[in-house]
Design a protein around this ligand. Structure first.
Ligand code: CTP
Length: 396
């Protein structure tokens, strides 16, 4: 049994702290709730106390509380501190080391791991000040879960929703060593699915990618405790949880979403990016005469990453080939400047696109040489697990 100190700061999502408390208790943990003063506007100490079956601490100066269990003691007894919801205010206090109330004072005295589940309006999340705060905290080893993208209490839509209680409880278990932590602390960016290039407001050019292999990789990485960012094109059934997902349409949007990420340890380019786009027309093209489309080459996302100053230590590309596969794949590995390349031989035996199974061959650059390992055929989930094991080996 671990002692999890749950700091609840102000925000609509504070009501979800009740469900999170229940889940952590179900996993067998002792939950010690600590609230900021304003959190009481969103969830009552009484409900928290009832579900945690533990007193709630909310004041640095309340008679009794500090003598029973001081802020130093609260920090010392924690195996893990979870801040959920974490407002912009508490994150800024934490980054600056301000000791203004019980939670911030406790955080300053703490040496246990900290897991943060941010919750705020998307403009506040994307503000330069908040992003600098996040980078500072990440630099100190603080783990993050979410925020997710979705509808917000303020009526807007965007990134900033608190991760679901199940995702937070899962991330907590990873940190507490109850789950596979082989990739904990690693930030991994994955692209997946097709991209869609509009011709006019009605039509588009796309490809057969289903995003299933990329989704399996995302699930595998999350299960290993990695922090995963999934930038994906239109995928009909998005079956991942526990990752930060960014849906895009075009190759340019995918490139922008990828280049906006920082501090990435591994980049996995599993997307089937459309190689060309057309200059889209504002009006629907009417049939009648032959249509000629002028194709413009799209930016190469993988190449942009390998050539960037932020190149992650491990970059993994994919290659879909139908003929002279190994030769093409070797040339692609070099041309794109990646460390590893997973070759998908597309054939009648391995349709790959949309299928549940796949056949992958790993090409790994080793100095001047390229090591080739045939992983054989298997389910996309099994191949994803193989990839996760290789990545773990790379960092070991
Ligand atoms: N890729 C990319 N951006 C592009 C095209 C491809 O990031 N505009 C990435 C894919 O995600 C994959 C790798 O590059 O990891 C190889 O993609 P593939 O389609 O096999 O090769 P291309 O570069 O498109 O070359 P070709 O189609 O001529 O084989």
């Amino acid at each position: 049994m671990a002692t999890v100190t749950l700091i609840i700061s102000a925000g609509i999502a504070a009501y979800k702290a009740l469900e999170l408390t229940r889940l952590l208790r179900k996993e067998g943990h002792r939950v010690v709730p600590v609230m900021t003063k304003s959190a009481g506007h969103f969830v009552t100490p009484l409900s928290l106390e009832a579900i945690a079956e533990h007193p709630v601490y909310d004041s640095l100066f309340a008679a009794g509380q500090e003598s029973q269990i001081g802020h130093i003691q609260l920090a010392r007894q924690s195996d893990l501190i979870v801040i959920a919801p974490a407002s912009a205010q508490i994150l800024a206090q934490y980054a600056l080391g301000l000791a203004e109330d019980l939670p911030s004072t406790m955080l300053l005295a703490n040496t246990a791991p900290v897991l943060v589940a941010p919750a705020m309006n998307h403009r506040m999340w994307q503000a330069e000040a908040t992003q600098k705060t996040i980078a500072t905290l990440r630099g100190r080893g603080v783990a993050f879960v979410g925020p997710n993208i979705g509808d917000m209490a303020c009526g807007e839509h965007g990134i900033g929703r608190m991760a679901e209680p199940e995702e937070i409880a899962d991330a907590a278990s990873h940190i507490l060593g109850l789950k596979d932590t082989s990739l904990s602390g690693k930030r991994i960016l994955v692209t997946g699915g097709p991209t869609c290039e509009p011709i006019d407001p009605v039509r588009y050019i796309a490809n057969r990618s289903s995003g299933k292999q990329a989704s399996a990789i995302v699930r595998g990485l999350v299960a290993c405790g990695a922090e995963v960012i999934f930038v994906h094109g239109p995928i009909s059934e998005l079956s991942v949880s526990g990752a930060e997902c960014h849906g895009v349409q075009t190759a340019q949007e995918m490139l922008d979403a990828v280049m906006a990420q920082q501090n990435i340890d591994v980049f996995i380019a599993a997307a089937a990016v459309a190689d060309w786009r057309v200059a889209p027309r504002a009006q629907k093209v009417k049939k009648g005469a032959a249509l000629t489309l002028e194709m413009i080459e799209n930016p190469d996302i993988l190449l942009s990453v390998t050539q960037s100053v932020f190149r992650p230590p491990l970059v993994i590309g994919f290659a879909a080939e139908t003929d002279s596969s190994l030769d093409h794949a070797q040339a692609k590995l070099r041309r794109k400047g990646c460390d590893w390349l997973l070759l998908n031989e597309i054939s009648a035996q391995n349709p790959a696109f949309g299928a549940e199974e796949n056949h992958l061959i790993l090409l790994a650059q080793q100095g001047d040489k390229v090591a080739v390992t045939d992983w054989g055929r298997g389910s996309k989930d099994a191949l994803a697990q193989r990839l996760c094991a290789e990545i773990t080996g790379f960092f070991a």
